[in-house]
Design a binder for this molecule. Structure first.
Ligand code: UDX
Ligand code: UDX
Length: 458
């Protein structure tokens, strides 16, 4: 079959996999290939057991795989054959050297740029999909053109704004598509090529274009703003617990101001996920590097409040349970960093589980999708930890339940039955405010929500 365009994506992760599946689904006239250095990951993309869980993704992949979506590990061949190359390899926080713990680790990204340069035999449009520090495209251009072999490369920035758990919906109906380019005739031509792809299913007014540095920075700032809202509401939840105000009522009142808006105002145990912390720290690092210390301190505060919220949760558990957790059985309801995903990267549950083990509690962890990842995330922790699929079995014999993830299924459980099976006094710490607290109290639980007065029988 003759395809109109050939597209490659390097990096078959949470971003690359679903994004390319959507492009292939919406554009049957294009051939889309996804490559990765990890053969196991590619094998899973080619199987019925995809490497990531996203509602609706299985169906899309089944429809397009083998038709115009292909997964393999032949990066070199992929580069040679494609006109447009998306780069969506990981850019984690650096763990070594200058900027350790703050700056983005660009080693995989740079290695990929060199690979593209070495294998390319014709003009390529290279699209940054990974989230990168502002001005990274300049470094990419320099690497790509350093062979001076007459091959032209145009670098574009096209950050991905999908959220996990709603990736398919976000890709199908995005708030906006952002494409940053050089403002030269060649840069604008390359930009139009990418606009054409998205225009297959996204209306033109939602496809916005900008200069390349604005596009890179907008991605970092978008994540920083979202995370900042969560830290803002979480900081107020601490005050609510001291003053008998109710965070849900406060957040409703504040969010009904249309200038503020009502989304991303749910207090909880803090934000997790692979992006928020990494991207804010990256922003902080860039600010410090540019001598903007006041600005760096401001954004660093968002991460500090997030850490404070997790620590506060532990201290609340400890003080509610008579200042000792040693030998007590605590059941964690959920381990994923949010509902509808099996991803546990930076999940607040990781720190909370670690701290509970330090207090010598026995942990029972249940989650409908994330148990495998939970085991890996906690593999370095020495302590009593059991992983149980069924939430009723998990809670039986426990002193306390702590809700870590806002899975819908938890609100629908039979808590009378759970209460009967637990050690008394039985405690519930609702780290996501998803349960019916009054009802739980009537059943007999001592209930500790976030940002609301506790309901206790003592
Ligand atoms: C990644 C980045 O972390 C994020 O900053 C960016 O916004 C999007 O890409 P994600 O897709 O969640 O996010 O990362 P991950 O699931 O780790 O996938 C990255 C993939 O790249 C992995 O499958 C890895 O094997 C692959 N990879 C990494 C390569 O193919 N080549 C490399 O050199 C390095
Ligand atoms: C985020 C951005 O939303 C997305 O645009 C970007 O591309 C990647 O980073 P993601 O991390 O997948 O997406 O999930 P998100 O829905 O933003 O949730 C992040 C964390 O914030 C989760 O731990 C979630 O539970 C928490 N959260 C979210 C809250 O605690 N309260 C809220 O009101 C919303």
């Amino acid at each position: 079959m003759n395809f109109k365009k050939t597209i490659l994506c390097i990096g078959a992760g949470y971003v690359g996999g679903p994004t390319m599946a959507m492009i292939a689904y919406k554009c049957p006239q294009y051939k889309v290939t996804v490559v990765d250095i990890n053969p196991e990951r590619i094998a899973r993309w080619n199987s019925d057991d995809l490497p990531i869980y996203e509602p609706g993704l299985d169906e899309i992949v089944k429809t397009v795989r083998g038709r115009n979506l292909f997964f393999n590990t032949d990066i070199e061949k992929g580069i040679k054959e494609s006109e447009i190359i998306f780069v969506s390899v990981n850019t984690p926080t650096k763990t070594y050297g200058t900027g350790a713990g703050m700056a983005a680790d660009l080693q995989y990204w740079e290695k990929t740029a060199r690979q593209i340069r070495e294998s390319a035999e014709s003009h390529k449009i290279v699209v940054e999909k990974s989230t990168l520090p502002v001005k990274t495209a300049l470094a990419m251009e320099r690497i790509l053109t350093s062979m001076n072999n007459g091959i032209r490369f145009d670098v574009l920035s096209n950050p991905e704004f999908l959220a996990e758990g709603s990736a398919v919906k976000d890709l199908e109906d995005p708030d906006r598509i952002l494409i940053g380019s050089r403002e030269t005739p060649e840069g604008l031509k390359a930009r139009d090529e990418l606009v054409k792809i998205y225009a297959n299913w996204v209306s033109e007014e939602r496809i916005i274009t900008s200069n390349i540095w604005s596009s890179e920075l907008s991605k970092l700032v978008s994540n920083a703003f979202l995370a900042q809202r969560i830290s803002s509401i979480n900081s107020i939840s601490a005050l609510c617990e001291k003053t008998d105000a109710d965070i849900t009522e406060v957040s409703r009142a504040v969010g009904m101001d249309s200038r503020v808006g009502n989304k991303f105002l749910n207090a909880g145990i803090g934000f997790g996920g692979s992006c928020f912390k990494k991207d804010i720290l990256n922003l902080v690092y860039i600010c410090r590097f540019q001598g903007l210390d006041e600005m760096a301190d401001y954004w660093e505060g968002v991460v500090k409040i997030n850490d404070y919220q997790k620590e506060r949760f532990i201290l609340n558990m400890l003080s509610a349970m008579f200042n000792t957790l040693a030998g007590k059985r605590i059941c964690l309801f959920g381990f994923a960093f949010k509902a509808n995903t099996g991803d546990t990267r930076e999940s607040p549950a990781i720190l909370i589980a670690g701290r509970l083990v330090e207090e010598k509690a026995d942990l029972i962890i249940t989650d409908p999708q994330a148990l495998k990842n939970a085991m890996t995330a906690l593999s370095d922790i020495n302590g009593q930890i059991n992983y149980v699929e069924d939430p009723y079995d998990a809670a039986a014999g426990c002193d306390a339940i702590a809700v870590m993830t806002e899975w819908d299924m938890y609100a629908g459980l039979d808590f009378e039955k759970i209460y009967k099976s637990m050690t008394k006094p039985a405690f519930i710490f609702d780290g996501r405010n998803i349960l019916d607290h009054e009802k739980l109290f009537e059943i007999g639980f001592n209930v500790y929500p976030i940002g609301k007065p506790a309901l206790t029988h003592f």
